[in-house]
Design a protein around this ligand. Structure first.
Ligand SMILES: O=C(O)COP(=O)(O)O
Length: 215
């Protein structure tokens, strides 16, 4: 096996989270009397963490005078409503189980907040994946390599040439490139092929179970 370790992105790669994210941001916007967004807009707001989602969703972005309270309210609401419509993409549960049985080491590296990431890990991925590095405010977010390095430390991996990163977005491709990792891009996630075509991953895959062909 060329790759015996896989780092996965979460939103748009393992989990379809878009509807709960859309409902949560729209709920908070409505509470503040601000215009809501169609799901297709929110799809493009996701990728650089929850704070950036809020910046992109607010009419005045980070200049909104109630930004901090809005952000806190949105995160609180999302932490309590992140598993209503969220579900794994087809084949994800079978594939992570199979990879674990093959001895592949795995972790999730996401720009989602750590609290929501922990509960989604518990609900969907344990015992096959046990490590999630989310955004807890203590390190930089993807595309910075910091969260990748934390995941590799947690897995006790020193040789990056045996590590494959799997994501769905331009942020993920940049993360892998910045971290010196080979990567695969999933085309069923939150971006269009148009956004991804400038990148040269090991492969573009339209179903997660195809990862096994590239190990
Ligand atoms: O919360 C986000 O913006 C994206 O999360 P992801 O890193 O799992 O795609």
């Amino acid at each position: 096996m060329k790759y015996d370790t896989i780092l996965f992105d979460l939103d748009g790669t393992l989990l379809y989270t878009l509807e709960d994210l859309t409902d949560s941001i729209n709920h908070t916007l409505a509470e503040y009397g601000l215009p809501t967004h169609p799901i297709e807009n929110v799809r493009r707001f996701v990728g650089n963490g929850l704070k950036m989602l809020v910046v992109r969703a607010l009419p005045d972005g980070e200049n909104y005078d109630k930004f901090d309270q809005f952000f806190t309210d949105f995160v609180d609401y999302y932490n309590n409503h992140n598993r209503i419509k969220t579900k794994p993409y087809n084949g994800v549960l079978e594939t992570t189980k199979e990879l674990s049985e093959m001895g592949v080491k795995m972790a999730i590296v996401t720009n989602k907040g750590q609290t929501a990431s922990n509960s989604l890990l518990d609900d969907f991925f344990k015992p096959y994946i046990n490590i999630v590095i989310g955004d807890d405010g203590s390190h930089k977010r993807k595309p910075n390599p910091e969260p990748i390095n934390l995941a590799l430390e947690a897995l006790d991996i020193k040789d990056k040439s045996s590590v494959l990163y799997v994501g769905d977005s331009d942020v993920d491709a940049a993360t892998a490139i910045n971290s010196g990792l080979d990567y695969i891009l999933c085309t069923y996630g939150f971006r269009d092929m148009e956004d991804l075509k400038e990148f040269s991953p090991v492969a573009f895959i339209d179903s997660i179970n195809k990862i096994k062909e590239y190990l």
